[in-house]
Design a protein around this ligand. Structure first.
Ligand code: BGC
Length: 341
């Protein structure tokens, strides 16, 4: 018995010392060099590939060691990947969550290991351990969509789509858009034929929801689509009825396919969020966090349900056929030859 107790004591002491080592593992920090972990939800959409490339390039340019992972729309996979990166000794985790609330557990793990987290583009909810949120003004994104919509759709039947329910941005975009649309619904100018969320932001979901509306009536004047992927799905459904081009369709992300549709007259607008700026800003913030410098937020916070998270929010820009060249092509975001193909 005594022997068992002794063995147990040794095991306990060993595991305690191991966990102390793990708690302050910081192999990388000890060598004074920043190592960044990047976690992206998907590469199925053009914008996320750009975010990833920009951040990797910014790390390379600054001689920062980095590791990146793509979660393929799977919250469990994202958690496992982030845990691996944390145990590999990253100092800062740049995390664009697939699922806002599920990602709270990742933040808690990171905090326990002394790893700082930047909630990238999408807000991580349900944790008070989050260090910073870096995104665009997402209510404003929705307002730009809504403003375009009400300026271009006087009255009639409409479809209202929103993004993935587990993505906090989807709520913010819709809130912004409804700030503009709701008065026209309340006055009876707009009749909502279908109002649906698009699971995982899938284009097929959008197509299905617009088809369901078209089954009620083909007399549709506008589709509020939350991003370019769902705009594409909506336009496919409209196309089947020969309606693409005669219905206002919003979007977001300034994807190449969307820019082509805008110039072809099929999609009405998109919202440009310069992911080049967002990516570079993320790496700059990571460097400042590592150097324990104060991050300039101008006092801006966004509530994640349990904490007012210090936030850096960049400005989105509304784009239609009139300013596409000056905003997207002249800035080098898209190439004229590709857009006009
Ligand atoms: C992003 C959008 C993107 C959407 C789908 C949102 O969180 O802010 O830019 O279109 O996710 O990936």
């Amino acid at each position: 018995m005594k022997k068992i107790v002794r063995i147990a004591t040794v095991v306990l002491a060993l595991s305690m010392s191991l966990s102390i080592v793990a708690g302050c593992k910081k192999d990388k920090k000890d060598d004074g060099k920043l190592k960044v972990g990047i976690s992206i939800p998907t590469l199925q959409e053009e914008r996320w590939a750009r975010d990833k490339d920009t951040m990797e390039k910014a790390c390379q340019d600054a001689g920062i060691e980095f590791v990146s992972n793509v979660a393929d729309l799977d919250a469990q996979k994202q958690k496992a990947q982030c845990e691996n990166m944390i145990s590999e000794g990253i100092d800062v985790l740049i995390l664009a969550p697939h699922d806002a609330a599920a990602a709270a557990a990742i933040v808690e793990d990171a905090a326990a290991s002394g790893v700082k987290v930047i909630s990238y583009d999408r807000l991580i909810t349900a944790t008070d351990k989050l260090d910073i949120y870096l995104s665009f003004d997402n209510v404003k994104v929705g307002e730009l969509q809504g403003e375009y919509f009400v300026n271009n759709v006087d009255k009639g039947n409409i479809v209202i789509l929103s993004g993935d329910p587990e993505d906090n941005n989807a709520k913010l975009f819709k809130e912004g858009a409804m700030n503009k649309l709701q008065p026209k619904i309340d006055s009876g100018d707009y009749v909502v034929l279908n109002e649906q969320a698009c699971q995982d932001w899938k284009a097929e979901e959008a197509m299905k929801h617009v088809e369901a509306a078209l089954n009620k009536s083909t007399d549709i004047v506008g589709v509020l689509a939350p991003n370019d992927g769902t705009a594409g799905g909506s336009i496919q459904a409209l196309n089947k009825e020969g309606l693409a081009g005669s219905v206002v369709v919003t979007g977001q992300d300034a994807e190449l396919a969307a820019a082509q549709r805008i110039m072809a007259g099929e999609q009405s607008m998109t919202v440009f969020k310069d992911t080049r700026e967002l990516g570079k800003e993320a790496i700059k913030i990571a460097q400042d966090m590592f150097a324990e410098k104060e991050i300039k937020t101008d006092g801006q916070v966004v509530s994640n349900g349990v904490k007012d998270v210090p936030s850096v929010l960049l400005t989105p820009v509304s784009v239609d056929a009139d300013n596409l060249k000056s905003v997207l092509i002249d800035s080098g975001y898209l190439k004229e030859a590709d857009v006009m193909k």
